[in-house]
Write a protein that binds this ligand. Structure first.
Ligand SMILES: Nc1ncnc2c1ncn2[C@@H]1O[C@H](COP(=O)(O)OP(=O)(O)OP(=O)(O)O)[C@@H](O)[C@H]1O
Ligand SMILES: Cc1ncc(COP(=O)(O)O)c(N)n1
Length: 288
């Protein structure tokens, strides 16, 4: 492990302690997306997962019927609590709900050296809505993401709907991914990863990574499945786990892409709606 945790985690680590990753995200009562998916992905990638819950969603495979926001000071207190005691090797955000929540999260991250050049890696997955279309972010929070949050991010991972909301660019084909990446990069993150799951006419799922100079295509098969709930979370959290283990960003993103591709391959039906990707494909065939 080459990255150094902050807070008390800078103590020499016990040899048996795994790297740690923090997800700052919403819960999903259906267990498919949000911090539930993140924790499973962290676990599958051999990383100790920690949480700062931003919102409790009442959610199943059909949709989201309620969102209860956690007070911003409680979100910040969760970050302070784990960062000061355990230490954080890498962090990721999911649902950030409101501009107030974003401000509180960024202040807490600043206190613990999370995000920004040369500090603990911070992955921002700018979740704006659920897969079934219910909003998970207030409109004024988009501006806080663009102007305050992204410039502290090691990596920002929007899907194509989030690209449209954040930049106005309506990506209709692979050739526009670069324009989208450049527009997001202009908000200040170190790297941008544009996810292409929402290009259903494309026979493959080719995502694009941009570091400000070079654009790298990340090819992958497109599986014919309706069950992709939590795919975006799986990608960002597996990438965060790889960063926590000390991988450089481009390698971490490749590992994240491999992880999510296998997770979609092993997706399963559940309930009456959209089932989850399998964030435990690595271990599900083993018995206790
Ligand atoms: N049918 C599929 N087959 C293989 N990979 C897929 C498929 N759908 C999405 N992916 C991959 O999953 C990752 C998440 O992509 P997507 O664009 O769906 O993000 P998202 O909208 O944030 O996810 P979600 O499906 O959770 O809403 C990307 O790497 C994408 O290429
Ligand atoms: C708590 C929470 N976080 C994130 C998502 C997005 O995931 P998806 O796009 O698969 O619905 C979600 N539905 N719920």
């Amino acid at each position: 492990m080459d990255s150094t945790p902050v807070g008390h985690g800078t103590r020499p680590a016990n040899d048996t302690a795994p790297p740690t990753a923090l997800t700052i995200a919403g819960s999903d009562s259906g267990g498919s997306a949000g911090m539930h998916a993140d924790l499973r992905a962290f676990f599958s990638c051999g990383v100790h997962g920690m949480t700062a819950v931003t919102a409790v969603t009442v959610q199943n495979t059909v949709g989201v019927t309620d969102v209860v926001e956690i007070p911003p000071e409680t979100v910040a207190a969760q970050i302070d609590s784990v960062a000061s005691d355990i230490g954080v090797h890498a962090a990721k955000t999911g649902v950030l709900a409101s501009a107030e929540c974003i401000e509180a999260v960024l202040r807490a991250c600043d206190r613990h050296g999370i995000g920004g050049a040369g500090r603990t890696p911070l992955v921002i997955d700018p979740v704006a809505a659920s897969r079934s279309g219910e909003p998970l972010l207030h409109a004024d929070a988009l501006e806080a993401l663009r102007t305050e949050a992204f410039r502290r991010a090691t990596l920002v991972t929007p899907n194509l709907d989030e690209v449209r909301l954040l930049t106005g660019i309506d990506v209709r084909g692979r050739e526009q991914l670069w324009d989208a990446a450049k527009a997001i990069y202009d908000f200040g993150p170190s790297y941008v990863l544009i996810k292409s799951g929402h290009l259903p006419e494309d026979s493959e799922c080719v995502d694009l990574l941009f570091d400000g100079h070079e654009a790298t295509m990340l090819p992958g098969p497109r599986y014919s499945t309706a069950h992709t709930h939590g795919a975006g979370d799986a990608f960002a959290s597996a990438t965060t786990a790889a960063l926590a283990r000390g991988a450089p960003v481009s390698r971490a993103v490749r590992l994240g892409k491999r992880f999510v591709t296998r997770s979609v391959e092993h997706a399963y039906p559940l309930g009456d709606g959209v089932g989850p990707v399998s964030t435990f494909w690595r271990i599900s065939s083993r018995s206790i």
